[in-house]
Design a protein around this ligand. Sequence first.
Ligand code: DON
Length: 304
Amino acid sequence: MIDLQSIINKIYNDLTSQKNKGIVASYIPELSKQDSNSFGIHLRHINGDTFSVGDWQTSFSIQSISKVLTLSKAISLVDNNIWKRLDVEPSGNPFNHLSLLEQENGIPRNPLINSGAIVVADILLSHLKNPKADFLNYVRVLADDDSITYDEKVAASEKKTGFKNYAIANLLKSFGNLKNNVEDVLDFYFHQCALKMSCEQLVKTFYMLTNKGKCINNIQHITASQAKRINAIMLTCGFYDEAGEFAFEVGLPGKSGVGGGIVALLPNQFVISIWSPGLNTKGNSLLGMQALEQFTTKTNLSIF
Ligand code: DON
């Protein structure tokens, strides 16, 4: 039996003493208040065992990690119809890139880049009665935790400075791939990104993706086949122009956010989440990437 606790302790100790911890995101001003020394790891095995170290109970802004959760909600509502408005190819571009969207007539490459997530947000707006409240409730049920909330300050901060997202949403609208108002869709999108969660809560929320669509309370939210497809999209698109690097170094489906969080999983085995707010140049947590590389190398627990 591998001693997972001592492996994550060692990774934590080695990386906390590293000088270069990356740069905390500042293009959303509220995120720049984060301390680059924060660092937490939490893992839950499908057999119920959990392993934790550092700031695993501190909540942070999950940002783009939320795109997987809006995707799973949209898939549970419209299933394969979602693919009429979105593709499933890696973009090889930064998360907020615009030119491919124009070249490809307003069909986003995948649901995990900003343009794709904005289309998914539009779908949710069309199907949910009270989109923000209903989506928050969905996440709370997945995590079995009613304390999860939106960070209104982060949402407001991004609304003030989210010019690229306004450009993307307007471009989508011009191609007819946004049914609702740009303002309403972006208000929802900024809120989903502003969800506040700890590593522990993230791991619980993503548990259904390692467990064939069944959440921590054994409720079937999506089918096993839908979970398989979402994991495939995370593997190929979860890290934008670093998705190849993540597959190469880590070898797990996963998703990052500019708040410094990463969640990754091995189907039928475990979910792991890491938080360290300093980012690399591609907008992914620097220590998070390194910690996961060390984890799958030391344990041999990857899909490859
Ligand atoms: O739309 C944005 O720019 C942010 N709300 C989310 C970006 C993000 O997290 C990219 N991930 N690494």
